[in-house]
Design a protein around this ligand. Structure first.
Ligand code: ADP
Ligand code: MG
Ligand code: MG
Length: 247
């Protein structure tokens, strides 16, 4: 589904990714762990197509297409979903408005009919219910005044409504209490644990991986994958620290 080869990327002339290789097949969940400043978020942004990140070498294929040639909205329409480490607040636009626009823009790009207001609301309510989110939050301005945990739940509601093929989740577990962590983990499994979908889960901690069992764990350090393994690698990292494991 996703094939990254020798990826080099820089921001403001500073090279952050320095020859990264990664292959993810349909049905797989891969976790990326690593110290602060390793380039984890940079990888997410490069895959999402964020402005300011320049790829200087290497390639990224998504379902056989050159992902790097596609605009961010084309990537989204192709089924790529990028969850943010720091979710943006959008005053004046309600959650439902925002999500309906986003979903219908993607449906249009795929040549599908837009969802009616009623159909959309049904879908949004079902996702909010599944994630234990108050229905009221659907009407509130996007992320404004949401707590850390509410933002992350909201991100999962967004993901459930968009129903992407491939999700990149950057520190979806940061700032979550134990109950929210479990809810978010179950959300990821429910929405994305399917034979034709895949997830790249960027996380600092092993805790989330107790709920979302990864097929592979990679350590990203100084812009490259320095070690790969199974779920046991995350446990080892937690116990020994990055320095011992990545050295
Ligand atoms: P991680 O998510 O692994 O903690 P990031 O991808 O956020 O790491 O950052 C990787 C490196 O890129 C860090 O050293 C960070 O300081 C640097 N970086 C991020 N944004 C910029 C920028 N706008 N200009 C220069 N360096 C940046
Ligand atoms: Mg960081
Ligand atoms: Mg980061």
């Amino acid at each position: 589904m996703l094939k990254i080869e020798n990826l080099h990327a820089e921001i403001d002339g500073k090279e952050i990714l320095k020859g990264l290789d990664l292959e993810i097949r349909p049905g797989e969940i891969h976790a990326i762990m690593g110290p602060n400043g390793a380039g984890k978020s940079t990888l997410g942004y490069v895959l999402g197509g964020r402005d300011g990140y320049e790829v200087t070498q290497g390639s990224v294929e998504f379902e056989g297409r050159n992902l790097l040639d596609m605009e961010p909205h084309e990537r989204a329409a192709a089924g790529v979903f990028l969850g943010f480490q720091y979710p943006v607040e959008i005053p004046g636009i309600s959650n439902v408005q925002f999500l309906r626009e986003a979903l219908n823009a993607q449906r249009k790009a795929r040549g599908e009919e837009p969802l009616s207001g009623g159909e959309f609301l049904k879908r949004a309510r079902a996702q909010a219910d599944a994630l234990g989110m108050e229905q009221d939050m659907l009407k509130r301005p996007v992320n404004v005044g949401f707590s850390g945990g509410e933002k992350k739940r909201n991100e999962m509601v967004q993901m459930g409504i968009i129903d992407p093929k491939f999700a990149i989740l950057d520190e979806t577990d940061s700032g979550l209490d134990i109950d929210a962590l479990k809810t978010v983990g179950e959300g990821i499994n429910r929405i994305m644990r399917k034979p034709d979908k895949a997830v790249l889960l960027i996380t600092h901690y092993q805790r989330l991986l107790e709920y979302v069992e990864p097929d592979a764990v990679h350590v990203l350090a100084a812009g490259r994958i320095v070690r790969s393994g199974g779920p046991e690698l995350a446990v080892e990292l937690e116990r020994e620290g990055y320095q011992a494991v990545a050295a």
